[in-house]
Design a binder for this molecule. Sequence first.
Ligand code: FES
Length: 529
Amino acid sequence: MNSDSGHTQSIWMDTAEVPEFPALVEDIRTDVCVVGAGIAGLMTAWFVSRDGKRVVVIDDGPVGGGETSRTTAHLVNAFDDRYYLVEQEHGERAARLTAESHTAAIDALERIVREEGIDCDFRRLDGYLFLSEEDREKHPDILEKELKAARDAGVAIDWADRPPIDFGTGRALRFRNQAQFHPLRFLGGLATALANRGVKIYTRTHAESIEGGPSPKVKTSDGRTITARAVCVCTNSPISDYVVTHIKSAPYRTFVIAAKLREPVPVGLYWDTPDPYHYVRLMKGDGSANDYLIVGGEDHKTGQKDDALERFRCLEEWTRERFPQAGEVKYRWSGQVLEPADALAFIGPNPDGAENVYIATGDSGNGMTHGPIAGMLLADLIEGRRNAWSEIYDPKRVALRSAPDIIRENVNVAVQYADWLKPGEAGSVDDIPPGEGAIVRRGLHRVAAYRDEAGNMHERSATCTHLRCSVRWNSTEKSWDCPCHGSRFDPYGNVLNGPALKALGPAEPEHEHHEPRPQRATEARGPAA
Ligand code: FES
């Protein structure tokens, strides 16, 4: 399948067929409208439809075409922001609810796989957390602290004196009964099951605005209106909340390689402890020489570096030093992760108060379990059922202990506005080779200039349509990425990822004439759904 979230191809995109669905061509009424057809959106549709609700799902790309196609699909209650930090920040009860919700998420997904007979390589396996070389020196007590906090929270965890992969890791924490799966085969099967039970799925359908109220409305860029009783915004970055969650979370890009195995590797999920950390799994989990070793890490803030090739090289070097079984690297890709400042996701009522509008975001490295959690929690909130998880995932919460992190991330955002004082990256559009983009200074204006493979120049304003940072070129994913809150735009300025709602505006004209930009079918349409 083709992704609509970047240029690179993940191993999942290359090994799954996802069913296609039509675009919305009329105004409709429903009980619940879900915006976004990734794992959070489809799991929400699943749980809400089980309550007997009529459900409509829309997405501007294919099912699973956003960040779900770029995950590595570790399905775990091994919470990657650490239980001892959740306990410090939010208390013991919150740590218990966190563990309970992620454990329930794995169980729920397994149940759906079984009930619907979805062929997605789902398997249970253990996960191992070990200290990096540096942390053995600097933070040797991380594992002891995590063992105690995770046990207190109810996680099945113990010591493994020697984890199955033995490259001098020392003893590791073993998280029992985790899982992995093929995320796109799962989503494809789930989409089919949803359609069979009457859920309406529309792709190539952009949500242009979302309006709360007794009958909330989603308006599409094609001029259609969906009127519902509740709207669930399950986009990677919420497009219904302009400020609140974006102040409390930060967007990062993470990088992944998949190498064909020459010899078997012991089955398991593996993580080390630095920030950013490495995460490792096998594709199928049979450990055979037909399998792939998938390794991720090397994260940086979205839009603040353009050195993906170096990140891939570092990942490969790290992998080869530890896994001599790894053969040729066949896949390299990157994905986007939203890191909440206080470690917990934002799942619940839209924080700006829009009535009957709900969001699910802030997945950190646990998006595969946050998807089912969003489904279960949002279904309960819509039905008015009590759910204790709503306490910890409330998007309106203020966690005072995380104030230093919030300040640090927002100072970092403020610094990005200094781009407006800087010269362009290219002296002239003539310096930009085919297939590349660069920012060009034109008087007071900054222009996002892209030269396509045929040599035609396409220019847009570099001003992000969210809160007016200047976008930057991502030469690997061929996108304009905003360094402030992670909005992303394709080479022609169309929105790939929120919080921006609108495409980049027209560029300030130059005195010289350039080829007019061809009108793309999707151009000038609204946000990524
Ligand atoms: Fe907020 Fe661009 S994403 S200014």
